[in-house]
Design a protein around this ligand. Sequence first.
Ligand code: GLC
Length: 715
Amino acid sequence: MNRIDKLLASMTLDEKIGQLNMATAGQAVTGPIVGAPTTEAIRDGKVGSLLNLFGSEATARYQKLAVEQTRLAIPLLFCADVLHGHRTTFPIPLAEAGLFDPETWERTARAAAAEAAAEGIALTFAPMLDIARDPRWGRIAEGPGEDPRLGARFATAKVRGFQGADLAAPESIAATAKHFCAGGAAAAGREYAAVDVSERTLHEVYMPPFRAAVEAGCAAIMPAFNSVAGVPMTSNLRLLRDYLRRELRFDGAIISDYDAIAELLIHGVAADRAEAATLALKAGVDIDMVGGVYLAHLPEALARGLVDMDDIDAAVRRVLTLKQKLGLFDDPYRRAASAAHQMHPEDELSADVARRSITLLANHDNILPLAADLRRIAVIGPLADAPAEMLGPWSLAGDPNRCVTILRGLRAALPLCEIAYEPGVSSKGEEEGDIAAACALCAQAEVVILCVGETADMSGEAASRAAPGLPGRQRELAEAVLATGVPVVALISSGRPLMVSWLRDKARAMVATWFLGDFAGHAVADVLTGRFNPTGRLAVTWPREVGQIPIYHAEKPSSRPANPAEPFSSKYIDLPVEPLFPFGHGLSYTRVTLRNLRASRHEFSRGDSLEFEIDAVNESAIATEETIFLFAHDLVASTARPLLELKTWAKVTLAARQTKTVALTLSAESLRCLDDDFRPVLEPGEFDILVGLNADRRTLLTTRLRALPHGARES
Ligand code: GLC
């Protein structure tokens, strides 16, 4: 009998259920505080893990209680939302996804893990892997954007980064892939709302990042709050037990979201808390986050015969196994012991990722980079000098005092410039503000840097927006500043694409600065001055208007494709169907053109490798980096296939005027679709391979391949 089984055999029912109970330490980020853990509860073995408590001393104090004053000395598991950094804050995931760089995604997770572990955290509730195609949903900020392939590669990189090669290492923390699944498809983008997508869409769009996370060995998974097709994810037997555990063979811990087991009563699928506990436990949820439902009602459920001891033992075994894999039984104080770990060793990484996350959306007449001989700049807007906002949502342990604001970054980068500043209006209110003062400064300036957008709390959880435009009186400020006639460079700080099509053509340039973390100001200044050539690309389609939502590159064919000239086609009569900016969009200070797409073969079978080459030409006098996307379109299949499916991408650096041949490789298997049982199958027939710099079909180079019927020989 191994150590875990021996321990399990010695545990009382209360001690077993205690391991399934996660208490909050009063630092809850969301939802009702259901009661901070008392030392008695921990001494009585009624708490197995703690939420959002960190710090060497605090975690050691609670751990000492569990290890030295409980009957079985089972260590506590300290958990927190380390989403985009711990003490060092990196750009929000939606921005970082725009690097299209798995190696960097892994590095930032590794850096965050080291800092979090040094403060006693052993598990993070990250990566958040919700594919999202609706910018009304505030949590689009927290994830990898709209594409399943991008989401899958993001998942793999983040799990590897957080967990490292050895989960028991002092600087490794357990990753929790969340929120399984499809929370990003909440009705009308409204947080927590019901999700109703087809099972095919679940498998094609929302599950691939979680499959990748499981394949990468993620230690835990968190179900979404939402119901999917009427079944809450927290009690979804078919998707948790049958799909995750049995089909994907996920044997890690499933941790409920905050109070989500109790919320099964609100979903209307449980008549009482004993039933809620039963549904969740039977579905495979091991840990009850903060709800206290398992603690208070599993004994009753057991007594009523709703669950049996095997159900409880299976959950407890997975929790104990997770603690063992983390090395907690060998050394409960293993993390935080490395308090010698110098906080903020990765400042340069944070600054670098911030620069690379910036997305240059529009640059009319190449007003950017700013002319070196500029001497009078007006920095206007409520996001110019707002350190706390630059950290973005879920910056749990971030420090606004460390944050370099846009104004400070510009002043540091342009010491010879007279840089005047006026917020003009508040970030979100309707207060009077001083638009006149702002315009007066503009009149004295050669160029205006307009810093507008959302505050950090306007995206992330419980931050859906029905009209995701510039908040408060910011548009009024922007219109007044534009009316001065002084050239305007608009910087958009946000956790989502904002509806600013009116601004795109009035401002001389528009830059998505998202929420860039500690070094926002330096990163923005490096890009605006040209010290850094912007290379960020959109991980999400940017709509013109909210009425276009959902809008994304992987749409399936309509029966009558959009055609403005045709009265009866899939179009709006009051707006173009094209987005303001497509997936993958982003400008640089250089111009790269792609030529001469060629394929190694035009017929293929299962198991073949498909090689493509394309020539990338840097037509500019400065070096650059470009991201080249490869999409596929399965022309005829057993079900309608998306017009563009992202299959892979390549990043290429080009010296001034350099032409480089770029290779892109696909496996034949990557062109499979899902059959009626949602099993991947390579169907014979023709595929278009489309290659380009973003998802605007009109700009893509295309070549056609044919998948041979199984067993056929190439012609
Ligand atoms: C929240 C979020 C979840 C987070 C948890 C703990 O409700 O949905 O993503 O990990 O609570 O803070």
